[in-house]
Design a protein. Sequence first.
Length: 293
Amino acid sequence: MRLVVGYLATPGGADAVALGVRLARSLGAELDVCMVLPPDRGVPAMVPTGGYEELLAEQAGEWLNEALAGVPDDVVAHSHVSVSDSTADGLINEVKRLGAQAVVVGGSGGGLAGSYSLGSVVNELLHSAHVPVAVAPKGTRLSAVERVREVTCAIGERAGAGTLLNAAVRACKAADVPLRLVSLVALDPMFGSLRGDADALRERAMGHARRALEEAKESLPEGFSVTATVAEGASVEDAVSRLPWHDGDVIMVGSSRLAAPRRLFLGSTAAKMLRVLDVPMVVVPRTADKETA
């Protein structure tokens, strides 16, 4: 298994490497730390001209060496420099070239409040990637946690929920960590007709949580730690904040129902979660199980 880390020599880049190390160690994966340069500042030509392009490429190599120097010995890591008009496209091309199963990026950059402030590259990835995207919240590099502690899977009843659940089950089996299922049904506006009957809404959500729990248990070894609960609150932000979170936790969410097949799109529910969470978020494409590219 391979994980591509989109790297910049910034605190957000260091957060991405730190999360990549944590995920790689937990999943038994290798890291590919990648920097993408624009074509007019790309890799030097065969005949050096002593120009700015060569200096930038040399500097990129130094930055990558510094990033790899901070990767612990128990994690295998490689560095890559590529050239693309779009950093997001360049990272996606590296994912395809290397046969990686996910891409890891830092959330710092501007765009959302809270621990995540998504920059343009991360936003573009969340609209176009064909593999899961793991986003590291600001400050991940400062955590002493070495492995994933628990995976929370936030599921509803819309298209792609089964794909998300399957991805979460596979991740928990690979990392041998507990799985917590959180039903979002009680927060879904499409069940607005039930809003006047709190008991009916909660019963529907509890039924959904029980079904998800049974489905997960069918794919997990006997005795594997898996629990299910219902997210309740006045809003998505309120409900998510009421759940207990610990350093080392990861939340997995599905992409928006508006996303094209095999592509990501950060939906409104996930975006609201980002405003109040300070744990890494993994966004899974709707059709990840069918991805063969």
